[in-house]
Write a protein that binds this ligand. Sequence first.
Ligand code: HAM
Length: 408
Amino acid sequence: MRDILPPESGRWSSFVDVFRSTVSSAGYGQVIAPLLEDIGVFHRVGEATDVVTKEMYDFVDKGDRHVALRPEQTASICRAFVQHRPATPWKVWYTGPNFRYEKPQRGRYRQFEQVGIEVLGADDPDVDVEVIALGWDFLGALGLRRVTLLVNTLGESSERESFVSSLESYLRSRLGDLSEESVATLERNPLRVLDSKRERDQAVISGAPTIMEFLGESSKSHFDRVLRGLDLLQIPYRIDNRLVRGLDYYRQTTFEFAGGTLESAQNALGGGGRYDSLVEDLGGPATPGIGFAIGLDRTLLACDDEGVFPAFDLGIDVFVVDTAGGSEALRLTNQLRREGFRVDRAFDNRSMKSQMKAADRSGARYAVILGEDEVRAGTALIKPLRSDEDQQSVSSGDLAARLMEKIQ
Ligand code: HAM
């Protein structure tokens, strides 16, 4: 787990700001769910997946409850829906940390941040398109251009089950041609074998049955309407029938945003899909749902790779330099902050030279210098730090107005 320091932490906040602005303008409201839930909330995320069986941070609390730190937030949102019964369609967004005991590496951490949306209570394929389009537009708003949208369908429960059982028989018939790791995966979750990037498995995978052979009319038409909607919005996509999402709850439409530059195992910037039985499994009424989550950590790495959405400095306007004893700096700094300027200052009565260095490091556009002479005369010196404008002596009373003219 990592510490995130400035200026990177500022970039994190801006990332969430861009997301908030993208989704709140589409009518999504924020849900802030607890980090910790009863472990039962997460079981439906996938009893056959590593996320639940191996990677959960779970423990028994002082009240003898078996709880877990959330490995993702879709299950928490569905739990909140069941508990509060809001009117549908319920369109919500979220952000915050999640925890998975994975092997840390570039783009994969034990505490990682997501932004995401969920829509509960609407079956319309147009909702699928809206959700996908918001993810696509958000990544575009960050400046990312090398993102590929992969889409697939898993059909409804019975179709998915027939597909998985036919896939399992097929994989068993080719056991000798599979890698050792995939043989082990097959025991736990045959679908995940399709996810293998290992060379040895590719021939077997390319000959495997696909979900398309098992889809009924209604699933086909749902998927078709999603694709037509994406066409209509001119969002480019690739149909990938081998796209398997890591969690168990998916039905019908699934999708992933793949980054162009990260190494393949970590190139999913985000993904999601429909989960038409999660609310029911958590004790609520049958309610369709769809959403996605985008990983902040990984998406910022993709931004680095594409040279977009850089970290920026703290955005200080003015740095107050005081060589007259300090109390005038205290008053002036506070006054300028109250007037809406972003202001910093030096402490500890440092030398003029050292304070000017600090002013420069702060990124401020102007230093306001208060020497003995200025304090005596009731003036201040405005010294530009980033341009070759002349420095200017102004009376204390005019300082804010002069600075305002310069900074606007
Ligand atoms: P997920 O694919 O498990 O889906 O995670 C979504 C994104 O979170 C990933 O694409 C990745 O960017 C990021 N992520 C996951 N694990 C890690 C990690 N260990 N380190 C860094 N980033 C990571 C979900 O979580 C679903 N809840 C998405 C969803 C919402 N489906 C429907 N609604």
